[in-house]
Design a protein around this ligand. Structure first.
Ligand code: PRP
Ligand code: URA
Length: 206
């Protein structure tokens, strides 16, 4: 299951994000803003409870989020999306999974994990700007499920058919929200047209 957010405001910012002339400071701001838009969609089904609020004029019947949320950035590039989602849901807990792609095999290597305990009823939101082969996100979901999570969604910025297929086959219960589904993976397993190496572009490394 996946959903591509085709809203013009998202697509406009994505055009700027993709541009090779966009430097890391602007790239960070754009990644944060796109994350807010995509997460806004990803959270549309979250549980709410009714509350009464006294306005200056009368009592308004309102709704507040009534679900424990755990955001899990995949290190390192997922950090570039964290401020964006916490801007929407500041009370979310944050867990971390560290993964890098082995240079040769392109397979994910897990190097760090710190997830909240006693949050098995929570909605887990895995964030990573890029789902290429899908290996890193799929392995991160394995770890999160092994920690007890039963309700997981993924938010990314750019993906491609191969990555979607990998996650949907391994985790058919997990919905993926993305700003773009690109064309294909090149021989280095980079997304084309993509935006290059998201971690390097976010943090000014290369
Ligand atoms: C990037 C990206 C994803 C992964 C996607 O991270 O942020 O985690 O690659 O590729 P996949 O879908 O083929 O697994 P990278 O391994 O470059 O590490 P970094 O975040 O530390 O830069
Ligand atoms: N990781 C990235 O940062 N970009 C890609 O295109 C693929 C993996």
């Amino acid at each position: 299951m996946h959903e591509e957010i085709r809203h013009p405001c998202v697509q406009h910012k994505l055009a700027l994000l993709r541009d090779e002339a966009t430097g890391y400071q602007e790239f960070r701001d754009l990644a944060k803003e796109i994350t807010m838009f995509v997460c806004y969609e990803a959270l549309k089904g979250v549980n709410v409870r009714k509350v009464s609020v006294q306005t200056p004029l009368a009592i308004a019947q309102c709704h507040k989020i009534d679900e424990e949320l755990v955001v899990v950035p995949i290190l390192r590039a997922g950090i570039g999306m964290l401020d964006g989602i916490l801007g929407l849901v500041p009370t979310a807990r944050v867990g971390f999974v560290g993964m890098y792609r082995d240079m040769e095999s392109k397979k994910p290597v897990a190097y760090y994990q710190r997830l909240p305990s006693e949050s098995s009823n929570a909605l887990y939101i895995v964030i990573d700007p890029m789902i290429a082969t899908g290996g890193s996100t799929s392995a991160a979901i394995d770890l999160i499920k092994a920690n007890g999570a039963t309700h997981i969604v993924v938010v990314c910025i750019v993906t491609c058919p191969e990555g979607l297929r990998k996650i949907e086959e391994a985790h058919p219960d997990v919905k993926i929200y993305t700003a773009a589904i690109d064309d294909y993976l090149d021989e280095r397993k980079y997304i084309v047209p993509g935006l290059g190496d998201a971690g390097d572009r976010l943090f000014g490394t290369s």
